[in-house]
Every structure is written in C-alpha cells, then in structure tokens.
Design a protein. Structure first.
Length: 350
C-alpha cells in the first residue's frame, strides 16, 4: 500500500468544505473536518443546501472514525467543527496556531473551540492559558519576492496604496498577538494538541509538513491566515493548499511548483465574488498561477474545488486553465467529477 486519499466533501457536492482523508501504512489523517452551508446567492433550493450540509457532515464523522490525526488549517467553519467530541476524542490534533497570524473572528472561534476541547480532559482553559509573549514579526512582503516584483501597470498605484494600508492593519494585529494570553499545546489522555505552523511531524515513514502562515487569498487579506499541508510517503506526495484562493499570490504557486506533488488539492479563486471581493487583476493572477502549476509541477491530478464551483460560470472564467490542462495531459477536475458526478452548481436547478 502506498499513499491513498479520498475526498470527504467539497463545494462541488453542495456544501462548503474541502475535507480530505489521507492514508498511508503508518497513519490515517483527516484534513479539515468542517462543513458549512452555501451562501444565499448559490443557485439551489434552500432545503437542498441544508441537506448537503447534513450529508457532508455525516461523511466527515464517518471519516474521522478512521483517522488517528486531525488537521485544522484555520478556524473557519467549513474547515473545522465546533464542537463534536467524536471528531477529536482520542486523536492527535495538528492545528493552525490560534495565538498569532490570526484575525479577531478566528481568534474568538479558537478560544471557544479550545475551551470545549480542554473540557474533555476536565481542564479549564482559563486556568492553563500561558502568559503573552512579546515577539517581533518580519514584514510579510519579505516572504513574497515574486509577488512584489510584478509590474501591475495602471493598477500599480492602487496596489501600492492597498499594500500600505494592509501593512498598517498587520501592525495592529501584531500588537494584539503580543498581548494575547496563549492557548497551550496539550498531551493528555483524551487528546494531543500541537500547533503545526512551519513544523514537520513524522509517523514512521510518513512525513507531514506544514507551511508558515499564508494569507487567505490576497496580500493582507482581512480574512486571516491559513497553513498548507504536504503529506509524503514512499516517494508519493499529496499537497493540500487550504484557502489561498487560486493561488492569487505568485510565491504560493512557486511553493507548489517546488513541491511537485503527485496529488494537488487546490482551492480555486472565488469567482462568485468577482466585482466585489475579487477584482479582474487578481483573477488574472490566479489563472496564470494555476497555468504555471500545470506546466511546471505537472501533478497527476489536481482537484480544483472549494471556492471555485460556487457559481455556474466558473468553467467559462477559467477556460484557459482547462484547455491547458487538456493539452498537457494533467487531470483537473472537481471533487464531484472525481466521484463521477456533475458539480451541483452546474445541475438543472442552477
């Protein structure tokens, strides 16, 4: 047996999720055990949206029973569940740090979640919180030399303005992180908890590696940060992008290309927000980055899902990607198509 994986649920099946089960002879891992209902404008009846959430969550629970390790890449409800002890009891949890590189809403969710989790050990989280740690944080753009080298033409002045505003926001975040009491890691009888940012974990011959915190989409995205995951066993590699929205940022595409995964689970650009949260410049960046991944990383399979199949024009908007993939012999499909189904947003009620 080599590295095996099975998508658990994803947006193309009708509810927000990118939950994935990964199995090697050494360990079974459930990545992001969360499911959330689709947004109001998603073109399907409300009762079906609710049904898809229920079915998706049943699949997540079923998958969790097989896993020894649970990964949480960030604290959005389509990526973790707050709270169902069946998902977390007797597990090793490798989670995005809730103490830094996090926005207010995710910090609040993390506090509520870990209060319930520690209660499984009959521990009050308030009583074990650790003192704040004063740290200096590097300028985020230092890690993005590719993105910062791009000439955006007529958009350059606006881009510069947004980056300056974003950095001021980031500085405000740093003050908060330095003031936070810190949620601790834990190794107990009921669960084991480790914060995974920039770390590597070994399970005999299986390696699980995590990125440093990545922007959830564009530079200084107010939505927060995520961590990406690579699982490697016996020369085979699976990469789970989490929520990098494309990727929009060129350096994140460079990371994927350097890894050269055999299996790539890639969240695409959120085209359903085009003209609102996503502009044409950043959509163009995402398209070009996916095209580079196809040609330079050439995975066996790209499951391009999550944010992407939330509106029926996504195939048209990314037609260059699908045409290039066909030419290069790279299989680029949604999770629904992986299971032999039509993405729900393209079905008759859409």
């Amino acid at each position: 047996m080599s590295l095996k994986f099975k998508p658990v649920w994803a947006d193309s099946l009708g509810a927000k999720s990118f939950s994935t089960l990964v199995e090697t002879p050494d360990v079974t891992i459930l990545i992001d055990p969360g499911v959330a209902i689709m947004h109001g404008s998603f073109p399907a009846p409300p009762d079906l949206k609710e049904e898809w959430v229920e079915v998706g969550y049943e699949k997540v629970v079923e998958a969790s029973k097989k896993a020894q390790v649970i990964i949480i890449t960030h604290y959005h409800y389509d990526h973790f569940t707050d709270f169902d002890e069946i998902l977390y009891i007797n597990k090793t949890i490798l989670a995005k740090s809730p103490n830094e590189y996090i926005n207010d809403s995710q910090r609040g969710r993390a506090l509520r979640f870990y209060s319930k989790l520690f209660a499984l050990e009959k521990i009050s989280l308030d009583e074990v919180m650790e003192e704040p740690v004063e740290k200096e944080y590097p300028h985020p753009l230092e890690d993005l030399p590719h993105a910062t080298s791009i000439d955006y033409g007529d958009y350059s002045s606006r881009k510069k303005e947004l980056l300056e505003k974003g950095f001021k926001w980031f500085q405000g975040r740093v003050k908060k992180w330095n003031s936070y009491e810190r949620i601790p890691e834990h190794e107990g009888e009921v669960f084991r908890l480790f914060f995974a940012d920039s770390r590597e974990f070994s399970y005999r011959s299986t390696i699980v590696r995590f990125t440093k915190p990545l922007f959830h989409g564009i530079e200084y995205s107010r939505v927060g940060w995520v961590i990406g995951v690579v699982v490697e066993y016996s020369g085979k590699k699976l990469l789970f992008s989490s929520d990098i929205n494309g990727p929009i940022i060129e350096d994140y595409a460079d990371w994927i290309i350097r890894e050269k995964p055999d299996i790539l689970l890639l969240d695409g650009p959120a085209t359903y927000t085009l003209g609102y949260m996503l502009n044409q410049t950043n959509l163009r960046r995402a398209i070009e980055n996916i095209k580079r991944i196809i040609t330079d990383a050439a995975p066996e399979l790209i499951l391009l899902d999550h944010h992407l199949p939330r509106e029926p024009k996504y195939v048209e908007r990314l037609h260059e990607v699908y045409e290039l993939a066909k030419k290069e012999g790279v299989r680029v499909i949604t999770v629904a198509e992986y299971f032999g189904e039509t993405p729900v947003v393209l079905r008759k009620w859409a």
